[in-house]
Design a protein around this ligand. Structure first.
Ligand SMILES: Nc1ncnc2c1ncn2[C@@H]1O[C@H](COP(=O)(O)OP(=O)(O)OP(=O)(O)O)[C@@H](O)[C@H]1O
Ligand SMILES: [Mg+2]
Length: 245
């Protein structure tokens, strides 16, 4: 069943077409990768689905409800939440307190929010760090905290924006295991990632965007062998492309 649908979506910033007539969907239980060069429009697609930007044209649907004119809190309440490319925890608060902010969406009492948040903190492997002040975490820890903050809102669909950027090989493998395991909890995932090996291993399907347009949508092997994708993106992989921490 279809969970998220972009229908002919465009986002224009003045003369710049950050998103240009894009359509695709994410189905229930899917892990879908979203790739493309820097500036291709990936984060813009996330911002529109999560209520931070309103598309110039087109519609976005989530679980049979049109969401492209809803606010971020309403979309979050409906079960769709994003993480941010640039991680910004509330640095002076503890890991647990950061995650409690998300938990308050569905928990009225502080006690319930704390319990729910603690479960999520343990779920992402930050249990031993729960009482630690957030800014003292390593980058890998802060990336996990981003995932935990989002999971605490109990989403059906999680949008992950470069949660593996800047991590070492071991940390990437751990993050891949975590993201895969979310599916067992009934959470579907749309994930932006520049690490090609990681995204190919993780995704059931991959969408490629370039200059705001969708240029491929298919199984990882199929997308990786597309001449258009190689010309637009994969051919550049080792030539000074950069990801953000
Ligand atoms: N709020 C905004 N106002 C004006 N231009 C914007 C805005 N947000 C994004 N852009 C522009 O839209 C284009 C797409 O940006 P976006 O951040 O979606 O790319 P991206 O694919 O996520 O890139 P990266 O891989 O570097 O994160 C870029 O040219 C960017 O400068
Ligand atoms: Mg981006």
């Amino acid at each position: 069943m279809s969970l998220l649908q972009y229908k002919n979506v465009s986002m224009h910033f003045g003369g710049l077409r950050a998103t240009d007539n894009v359509s695709f969907e994410v189905k229930e239980n899917e892990i879908v990768g979203l790739i493309g060069p820097n500036g291709a429009g990936k984060t813009t697609l996330f911002a529109m689905a999560s209520g931070f930007l309103s598309p110039t044209h087109g519609q976005i649907w989530f679980r049979d409800k049109r969401i492209d004119r809803l606010t971020a809190p309403d979309i979050c309440e409906a079960g769709l939440v994003r993480t941010y490319q640039i991680v910004r925890p509330f640095g002076e608060m503890t890991v647990l307190e950061n995650v409690m902010i998300g938990a308050f969406l569905h928990c009225r009492s502080t006690g319930r929010a704390r319990e729910q948040a603690m479960r999520v903190v343990e779920r992402v492997g930050l249990g031993p760090r729960a009482a630690q002040v957030a800014h003292t975490l390593t980058l890998a820890g802060r990336k996990r905290l981003e995932v935990a903050k989002a999971l605490a809102t109990q989403p059906k669909l999680l949008l992950l924006d470069e949660v593996m950027a800047g991590l070492n090989v071991v940390e990437i493998t751990e993050m891949l295991d975590l993201v895969r395991s979310l599916r067992d909890d009934g959470v579907s995932v749309l994930v932006i990632e520049h690490n090609m090996q990681a995204i190919m291993r993780l995704s059931d399907r991959i969408i490629v965007v370039h200059h705001g347009q969708k240029i491929a949508d298919g199984e990882p092997e199929q997308v990786a062998s597309s001449a258009e994708v190689i010309a637009a993106y994969l051919g550049d992989q080792y030539k000074g492309h950069h990801a953000h921490a």
